[in-house]
Design a protein around this ligand. Sequence first.
Ligand SMILES: *[C@@H]1O[C@H](CO)[C@@H](O)[C@H](O)[C@H]1NC(C)=O
Ligand SMILES: *[C@@H]1O[C@H](CO)[C@@H](O)[C@H](O)[C@H]1NC(C)=O
Ligand SMILES: *[C@@H]1O[C@H](CO)[C@@H](O)[C@H](O)[C@H]1NC(C)=O
Ligand SMILES: *[C@@H]1O[C@H](CO)[C@@H](O)[C@H](O)[C@H]1NC(C)=O
Ligand SMILES: *[C@@H]1O[C@H](CO)[C@@H](O)[C@H](O)[C@H]1NC(C)=O
Length: 322
Amino acid sequence: MRIKYTISLVFIVALVIIEKENNIISKVSDKLTPRQTPQTPLQSNVSAPALLKQNGSYSSLSQLDVIFTHLKRRLENYTQRTESRAGGRKHILLMATTRTGSSFVGEFFNQQGSNMFYLFEPLWHVEKMLTLETGGTNATASARAYRDVLQQLFLCDFTLLETFINPLPVDHVTTSLFRRESSSSLCEEPVCTPFVKKVFERYHCKTRRCGPLNLTLASESCRQKEHRAIKTVRVRQLETLRPLAEDPRLDVKFIQLVRDPRAVLASRMVAFSAKYKNWKKWAVDGEVPIDDDEVKKLKGNCDNIRMSAEVGLKQPAWLQGR
Ligand SMILES: *[C@@H]1O[C@H](CO)[C@@H](O)[C@H](O)[C@H]1NC(C)=O
Ligand SMILES: *[C@@H]1O[C@H](CO)[C@@H](O)[C@H](O)[C@H]1NC(C)=O
Ligand SMILES: *[C@@H]1O[C@H](CO)[C@@H](O)[C@H](O)[C@H]1NC(C)=O
Ligand SMILES: *[C@@H]1O[C@H](CO)[C@@H](O)[C@H](O)[C@H]1NC(C)=O
Ligand SMILES: *[C@@H]1O[C@H](CO)[C@@H](O)[C@H](O)[C@H]1NC(C)=O
């Protein structure tokens, strides 16, 4: 009986949250749409499935199904055509900005099973370490660090990442890897070592109890898997990753997730409610100040995505097949 009630309650709460987010999305859309300045559309001859999109929202789920099937067919076709490099290993980088559904998409890779080594936001440590006193980061220096750490991680080498983990791992063992529980490879045999009592691990495995993370073991496990995927919301521009695409030891595929910034904002307003009190007020009755930090941040995100997309659509030699 209790379980029944709990399930209904969870269901209702989920519905309320979805409804709330939808409401805010439409309000935010209404406020921001007239302010959009016309921009030249990106030149593309790709008959993107996105063209099925109408009036900013998919008219029905069945259309989404069609798009998904289409995308899947293209992916399969593509996979068949690409000859194997890097010993048949694939390295997938899932690039996104926050609140674009990247954790969800990352799960497609995480749940691939025994042949996939998936890491969730390893660059969190790098960003944290490189954050300046002003609260920002030096974009040039960060981009370089992100690139080098990613390159090593795709080769199953955690050494550089370790230097960014605080406190520093001892003998390659750490209790502080960000969101360890979100990478099933880090929570299963043989990386899951016997549980150690009285050792506190903040991001401990949820599916089972494991000892502190031994990165030597993680690295060995990674080497044995055929494919490696990393999700990150921290890489700003595709161009900075060129050395990875050109590294003959890697066969990298880049996937960039893009979401309408108004929906991103609406999602943030729901997720970080307290931080967005002003926005909620503006959404209901007022004008949105155009010089607001959040607007600037969104615009910055859009500019970055746009630059990456432009690089992608120009199809430079280093991106062929990537
Ligand atoms: C797009 O197609 C048009 C006409 O088919 C062609 O002239 C143009 O070069 C194409 N652009 C790209 C980027 O392929
Ligand atoms: C899209 O908008 C146009 C004009 O605003 C309208 O005529 C059309 O029915 C809309 N389509 C959908 C699918 O909502
Ligand atoms: C697969 O790719 C080939 C070569 O580009 C193309 O001719 C064919 O139509 C594609 N098939 C599907 C099902 O997309
Ligand atoms: C950012 O880092 C780069 C490379 O380390 C350095 O040359 C540059 O001066 C730094 N910029 C700022 C504003 O600190
Ligand atoms: C971590 O795993 C490696 C490889 O099995 C092992 O040699 C090492 O002793 C382990 N480190 C610790 C601190 O247990």
